[in-house]
Design a protein around this ligand. Structure first.
Ligand SMILES: *Cc1c(COP(=O)(O)O)cnc(C)c1O
Length: 416
């Protein structure tokens, strides 16, 4: 029987080794972050840290990365002023950062390209990845095809079913898709399988993590590879409005890569409100994926972060209608930003996300991904709160093509 919450053995206390508040250890975000991996992976992570540190200060690395973002990914993506949505909501001016227009349909390719370039620098012959919605798998398989590198993608059986088209895309791109059939058969289990593979092949294999999660240096590296989203936003808004910064920047938070990417250049600007929207699934009383809102500190997938767990400390099965938000953990920097109050955390249910899909589609002719639709769902209240004359930016992290089967099922059911 489960113990009452007050008596239960909690995961390590925030001050218990994992996080030393006040110290600026690399890879730590306040009480969160670090690298908690099997010993066999220590040298592999050390190599990765060294290679990333070297690449970060190498102009040639960034020149190649920027060239690919421009000529292959299609950057810069536009910052679109959403006039009809703004009028409909009757408050702040709403802007969309159009990551849906990136090659492959979402922001994830920024990170995949950057990490494949790093893997090549390191002389790794084989790349592995885990994927939830299939978007990171597609982005990774795409970047691997671009360079002719071997690619293996782990995906939960449930997601293989939900995102069949993305599975076919990955295969077409030459990747091997391996199905994870353990546990909840979703992203968490695919990640476990990918770690297992990495432990067995540490020499020749590079593991591309698809969000700002995992052991150091991944969360910081993934943030830096997505920072381009925020850098462009800042420049584009200044060009369009002659304002230095917006009043608020909204993003959906799964693992947190699109959010930290668009927020990174605004973290020091106290006047800019940063709002993260998590998946409340069927509602916070039922199955959901609202990790920052309802999780507890724990070590998960190599990092100390917030985690959804049951009374016995077991990882809870997350639920969201969007496969990309269906993850019981979250990036450690997000855990820190939420704990310190720098980021405001809100939630949207499956139903609210569906309404978000419809709202953006009808008013602007943009069909967002279901993940993105969670950020859209937060816009009406925020536009009203901020009021006319304020600028409200949201990260339009991806397009909805991949979700059309799920969306049409909902719409059909609702019509009954
Ligand atoms: C994967 C995905 C997300 C969630 O991942 P983050 O790392 O939180 O950004 C959000 N939007 C889209 C379109 C995605 O594909």
């Amino acid at each position: 029987m489960a113990l009452p919450a007050t008596l239960r053995t909690q995961n390590p206390d925030p001050k218990d080794g994992a996080g030393q508040p006040g110290t600026e250890k690399p890879g730590r975000f306040g009480d969160f972050g670090g690298a908690f991996v099997p010993e066999i992976l220590h040298p592999v992570l050390e190599d990765l840290k060294a290679a990333w540190a070297e690449a970060q200060t190498d102009d040639a690395y960034w020149a190649e990365y920027r060239r690919l973002l421009k000529d292959y990914v299609g950057r810069p993506t536009p910052l679109t002023r959403l006039d009809r949505l703004t009028e409909r909501l009757g408050g702040a001016t709403v802007w969309a950062k159009r990551e849906d227009l990136c090659h492959t349909g979402a922001h994830k390719i920024n990170n995949a390209v950057g990490q494949v370039l790093l893997a090549r620098r390191m002389g790794k012959a084989r790349i592995i990845a885990e994927t939830g919605a299939g978007q990171h798998g597609v982005a990774t398989a795409t970047a691997c095809a671009l360079f002719g590198v071997e690619c293996v993608v782990y995906m939960g059986a449930e997601d293989v079913e939900r995102q069949h088209l993305n599975v076919q895309r990955m295969r077409l791109l030459g990747a091997t898709v391996r199905t994870a059939t353990s546990g909840s058969r979703t992203l968490k289990d695919a990640t476990n399988e990918a770690f297992r593979d990495w432990v067995s092949n540490p020499e020749d294999t590079y593991y591309i993590i698809g969000s700002a999660i995992g052991p150091h240096p991944y969360p910081a590296m993934v943030r830096e590879l997505h920072r381009v989203i925020g850098d462009e936003t800042r420049r584009q808004l200044a060009d369009a409005t002659s304002r230095e910064t917006p009043d608020a920047v909204v993003a959906c938070v799964g693992g947190g890569s699109n959010a930290i990417g668009i927020w990174a250049p605004f973290l020091e600007d106290e006047g800019v409100r940063l709002i993260g929207v998590e998946a409340a699934g069927e509602g916070l009383g039922g199955r959901h994926a609202a990790t920052l809102s309802r999780g507890e500190p724990a070590v998960f997938h190599g990092t100390r972060t917030m985690l959804l767990q049951d009374a016995d400390g077991q990882v809870e099965i997350a639920h969201s209608v969007s496969a990309g938000l269906d993850y019981p953990g979250v990036g450690p920097q997000h855990a820190h930003l939420a704990a310190t109050g720098r980021v405001e955390v809100r939630t949207a249910t499956d139903r609210e996300a569906m309404a978000g899909v419809q709202l953006l589609s009808e008013t602007e002719g943009i069909i967002p991904a279901l993940e993105t639709a969670h950020a859209v769902a937060a816009l009406p209240a925020l536009a009203e709160e901020l009021g006319e004359g304020a600028d409200l930016v949201f990260n339009c992290s991806g397009r909805g093509d991949k979700d059309m089967a799920t969306i049409s099922e909902w719409l059909d059911r609702d019509a009954d």
